[in-house]
Ligand binder design. Structure first.
Ligand SMILES: Nc1ncnc2c1ncn2[C@@H]1O[C@H](COP(=O)(O)OP(=O)(O)OP(=O)(O)O)[C@@H](O)[C@H]1O
Length: 237
């Protein structure tokens, strides 16, 4: 199996100057993601799950280790050592990230946000508008909200907007940090169906989920992280 992402000895420490304290978040994490594969990460709150995803997406700069990504744009490169320009480009075109927290440019409406995601991925303006509308409709974001600045959106609305923005690009690598938190059951099912579809189309994914039922049939492999380290590993059924 060809791998798209290979993580070796990944650790992240935070030094809190005010308290003169060192926090070891994730420690010596190693795993490989196959092309078209789906890895699930579970674990208790504060175990270091989000930190692993953020180190891959380079929101955090890892303290040690390597994250070798087989990119379309640059071939194999270590995301920890990649330049800012490379990271910006990869985020636009190849690597998507979804979390509960909305990160959006000011004075950008919900619809503009999703359109800009599609434009970044290389679609024409007309295609981008069409795809954005399809995605917003798919995630049942009320049309009254499309032309509004989303800073006032509810948690679930923000999450659905984030999902629409990430998935409109159909990225090669998709990182999901609890993509179903604060969603009702029907919307969870929509998310799962779209993830299945993306998987079928070859998107490689790593997802953090609290809802174990949701993960059924989705993940090829589940890692359990405890106090920053991978515990027992198990193959997903
Ligand atoms: N920017 C930061 N500065 C200092 N400490 C941090 C920072 N980010 C994370 N941590 C610490 O690292 C540890 C792991 O956090 P992380 O968010 O990765 O956990 P998690 O497993 O995703 O938890 P949850 O399920 O609650 O989201 C926690 O103790 C957290 O306080």
């Amino acid at each position: 199996m060809e791998t798209i992402l290979e993580i070796k000895g990944l650790s992240k420490e935070f030094y809190l100057h005010a308290q003169n304290r060192l926090i070891k978040s994730c420690r010596d994490i190693s795993f490989a993601l196959n092309k078209g594969g789906f890895i699930g990460i579970v674990g208790t709150s504060g175990a270091g799950k989000s930190t692993v995803l953020r180190c891959i997406y380079r929101t955090y700069l890892a303290t040690t280790g390597s994250v070798i990504y087989d990119s379309l744009s640059y071939g194999k490169l270590d995301l920890i050592k990649a330049s800012e320009q490379q990271i910006i480009h990869l985020r636009k075109v190849e690597i998507g990230y979804v979390s509960q927290f909305l990160s959006i440019l000011p004075r950008t409406t919900a619809k503009e946000h999703v359109i800009s995601g599609a434009l970044d991925a290389g679609f024409s303006y007309e295609e981008s508008v069409k795809k954005a509308e399809e995605m917003l409709r798919y995630f049942r974001l009320n049309e009254n909200l499309w032309d509004i600045y989303p800073n006032t959106f509810s948690g679930g609305e923000k999450l659905r907007l984030n999902l629409a923005h990430a998935m409109v690009k159909a990225p090669r690598l998709l990182l999901l940090d609890e993509p179903t938190a604060s969603l009702d059951n029907n919307t969870k099912i929509l998310v799962k169906e779209l993830l299945m579809k993306l998987k079928g189309e070859g998107t490689s994914m790593i997802g953090i989920f609290h809802d174990l039922e949701f993960m059924e049939g989705l993940c090829d492999h589940v890692y359990n992280i405890t106090e920053g380290r991978f515990k027992n590993e198990k193959e997903a059924s």
